[in-house]
Design a protein. Sequence first.
Length: 232
Amino acid sequence: MSINDEIIQRLKSLQDIEYKNFQSKLIPTVSSDYFIGVRTPELRKFARELAKRTDIDEFLDGLPHDYFDENQLHAFILSEMKDYESCIKKLNEFLPYVDNWATCDQMSPKIFKKHKQELVQEIEKWIGSDYTYTVRFAIGMLMELYLDEDFDTVYADMVADVHSEEYYINMMIAWYFATALAKQYYAIIPYIVEQRLDDWTHNKTIQKAIESNRITSDQKTYLRTLKVKIKK
């Protein structure tokens, strides 16, 4: 039995129909037939097992996968990889096949924390991609890795310069700036004051920031005054 057949068999043995139905409602951009219905803790556990196998490239190279659960497993295996160059190579092969926000957002290679300087070059490529979830992933990495001690407004500029009609990109831009306001308020507030973002994304950023417990009440009061009227 090939590793791919073995993986499908294992995934189907872990199927939870109730969870499958829940997932299909939560991720409406893909068909319900796309889900097997394996819960995330089980997928992460399985991914840790598979990451140690010498034949795992057979699965990683077998793109596109047939199921959401396979893509999740793929994302979690990449997140476990210990060699940066190999991880980047496999990630670049996989990103064009990422077709939903969950796989995109739950993919976070641990090795990236040790290679932030080199990673920026990859992020610059991803953020200019024609693929929705490649762009979303790039912004997610900037949010996850470059809003604390490595923060620089250069990264905020990269995100602010993204203009898209894609809902899942604009939501991530808003999420980035709301998080950035919580962590780097005084460096980020000019982006809101100067209306550097598209109107919908601008207002969504303010909404998400106001919902945050990390934003002070005075900051929330001020942010409310910065909302813009959406042109119909």
